[in-house]
Design a protein around this ligand. Structure first.
Ligand code: FES
Length: 332
């Protein structure tokens, strides 16, 4: 139907330059959610992006966090991100909420897009909580392209759900807001398996907490590959590796073969051998360390690549994915 690879904004983990941006505006837009507008300090245009893209915030405390861009791609003066304070997180969102004020600066990387909006006649968007953020520019793009779409948006309570007023004002007929304290869990059966199920060509985009994505994936198992696209905030439980022993990674540019033991990641071994690879989450969710594979079968353990991309075996996330054969060759 389409090539997933054609829709990706990056193809390999090349080290990239950080940009410094200034916080031009800061608003609390829901319980525990702050919306930041980031601009170039000298008023220069920012790099272009498309719906679904995210940027890394490289925080002074050493943490790197990914946030979806939720403004308008046409606005090249400003990037907009919404950040949920995660009380049980590792401090990234706490720093942003507590320390990053209007006029303050922060380093960023990107944008990258591992969750691109593929052209379609019809979309179903499913958001849980702060997972609404990548879907906002998607809905705008879908409307501009004349596509039919609907959004079902869940969250703990109405006050915890960002952008509700904006969404209802702009797209009242297409948006169903379903706070859990009023409606209970999202009725995915009605949405995905109701009368007639999903019509031909409908693409399903889902972003939110792991249990929501798991539930959507479960209900979409019968769909053709590529019709469901998800973006996770955190990795799902890891499964057993395909290959339990060591394997070799060969560096195409030099021919050097490096051994990866069961206790090490490919990323660790590359770094230990002086090969510079960009990485952010190091848990298979952000796509920063994506690296081209020239030969070999991969045991994909990330949450970025689609099923079609996994089958193509042309890319791997070296922070978590491993070889499913004795040797893989990387385009490094
Ligand atoms: Fe995020 Fe590898 S560093 S997927």
């Amino acid at each position: 139907m389409y090539s997933d690879l054609q829709n990706r904004s990056t193809a390999a983990a090349r080290p990239e330059r950080d940009l410094e941006v200034v916080v031009a505006d800061r608003q609390v837009v829901a319980d525990g959610v702050v919306l930041l507008d980031l601009q170039d300090p000298d008023g220069e245009v920012l790099p272009a992006w498309e719906a679904g893209a995210h940027i890394d915030l490289v925080l002074p405390n050493g943490l790197v966090r990914q946030y979806s861009l939720c403004g308008e791609p046409q606005d090249r003066q400003s990037w907009r991100v919404a950040v949920l304070r995660e009380s049980d997180g590792r401090g990234g969102s706490k720093f942003i909420h507590d320390e990053l004020r209007v006029g303050g600066t922060v380093r960023v990387r990107g944008p990258r897009n591992h969750f691109p909006l593929v052209p379609a006649q019809r979309y179903v968007f499913i958001a849980g909580g702060i997972g609404i953020t990548p879907l906002i520019p998607m809905m705008t793009a879908a409307s501009s392209g004349g596509a039919d779409w609907q959004l079902i948006y869940g969250g703990r309570s109405l006050t915890s759900m960002a952008f509700v007023e904006q969404l209802v004002a702009e797209h009242a007929d297409s948006v169903a807001v379903r706070p859990q304290d009023t409606f209970g869990l999202l009725n995915l059966d009605a949405l995905l398996g109701g009368p007639g199920g999903l019509s031909d060509g409908t693409l399903v985009y889902c972003c939110g907490p792991g249990p929501l994505i798991d539930a959507v994936e479960q209900r979409c198992t019968g769909l053709p590959t590529g019709l469901l696209r998800v973006e996770r905030f955190a990795p799902a439980d890891a499964s057993e590796p395909v290959l339990h022993g060591s394997f070799e990674v060969q560096i195409a540019s030099t021919g050097e073969a490096l051994t990866v033991s069961p206790e090490e990641s490919v990323l660790e071994v590359l770094r230990c051998n002086g090969i510079d690879i960009d990485a952010s989450c190091e848990e298979g969710t952000c796509g920063t360390c994506e690296t081209r594979v020239l030969d070999g079968q991969i045991d994909h353990r990330d949450f970025v690549l689609t099923a079609a991309e996994r089958e193509q075996n042309a890319l791997m996330m070296v922070c978590v994915s491993r070889a499913a054969c004795p040797r893989v060759v990387l385009d490094l």
